[in-house]
Design a protein around this ligand. Structure first.
Ligand code: G3H
Ligand code: 13P
Ligand code: ZN
Length: 307
């Protein structure tokens, strides 16, 4: 049986009305999918599973789609399936045709007019198939596998309003000071909450915050205890996430926290059980730590019991 994924836009509209947010979790393999879905089930929360172009390159779109389908088939919690940071129009088209709930077109590296032109085209393709579209205006900092920006360019509220009107995008990723990866701030976390308030007043679609990982101290400590070198890592503090929800964010993207959990889980076993070589015994505890970390995110987002 093929179960349709939940419509991302509907999830976000409901969240916006209920004054909570929904977690977007990046997935790259089976253990991450299972770990995150278990967290959602235990807390009765909706979630968005997302694949980046890097994840697709690593695991294959069909594999990741099938894993997410399997999860959606076997659970009562709403699961949306999303393409993160789509830049390759061929991949975006494939995702739309395959049955993703939503796709992101990331035109943050383009001029305002070029970003509008291509986002509009993606919206037309996607809406024909009932797929919703996330776009990005401004630039989120940091570097991941296929996603890179040297510096943050804050989103301008008036330009955001014009961008949404002219493209017809369903939700908008904005830049208010976060960056991708584990090194988000030097010294003090600095999110432009006043700018967020202004954007929320001028723009009438749900707002998305990328680079929203919290980089939990407990997980970093475990990874470091077993050999990781992570000095200088810094995430978005929970109070700032909660304030951002009050100021209008309804979707938070989390990848780094899951990577850290996976890393800390694997390191612990390798270091403490040098005779262990069964992948199930090495990856199983990492999957459990992913569930723990994802549950903490869901609690901060306020989506517990909103399934
Ligand atoms: O926002 C970026 C995500 O963390 C995906 O990163 O391109 O390394 O898969 P990736
Ligand atoms: P983090 O690196 O903070 O987890 O952000 C992930 C992200 O924005 C995915 O789109
Ligand atoms: Zn991102």
């Amino acid at each position: 049986m093929v179960r349709r994924f939940t419509n991302t836009k509907l999830l976000l509209k409901k969240a916006h009305k209920g004054k909570y947010a929904v977690g977007h979790f990046n997935v790259n393999n089976m253990e991450i999918v299972q770990g995150v879905v278990k967290a959602a089930e235990e807390l009765n929360s909706p979630i968005i599973l997302a694949t980046s172009e890097g994840a697709i390159k690593y695991a294959g779109m069909n594999y990741l789609f099938s894993l997410a389908q399997e999860a959606a088939k076997n659970t009562k919690v709403p699961i949306a399936f999303h393409l993160d940071h789509g830049r390759d129009l061929k991949i975006i088209k494939q995702a739309i045709n395959m049955g993703y709930s939503s796709v992101m077109f990331d035109g943050s590296n383009l001029s305002f007019e070029e970003n509008i032109k291509i986002t509009k085209k993606v919206v037309q393709w996607a809406h024909k198939k009932g797929v919703t579209v996330e776009a990005e205006l401004g630039t989120i900092g940091g570097k991941e596998d296929t996603v890179e920006a040297k510096k943050i360019i804050y989103t301008n509220p008036e330009m955001a309003k014009e961008f949404v009107r002219r493209t017809g995008c369903d939700f908008l990723a904005i830049a208010i000071g976060t960056s991708h990866g584990a090194f988000k701030f030097k010294g003090k976390a600095d999110l432009k909450q006043d700018l967020l308030k202004k954007i929320n007043k001028t723009v009438n679609v749900p707002l998305v915050l990328h680079g929203a990982s919290g980089v939990p101290a407990k997980v970093v400590k475990q990874a470091e205890k077993y050999g990781a070198k992570l000095s200088g890592v810094y995430g978005v503090p929970n109070q700032q996430i909660k304030q951002a929800i009050r100021n209008g964010i309804t979707k938070f993207n989390t990848d780094t926290d899951l990577r850290l959990a996976f890393d800390a889980g694997v390191r612990k076993i390798i270091k403490t059980k040098p005779k262990e070589f069964d992948p199930r015994h090495i990856l199983g505890p990492a999957r459990e730590l992913i569930t723990e970390v994802a549950k903490e995110r869901i609690l901060v987002f306020g989506s517990k019991n909103k399934a």
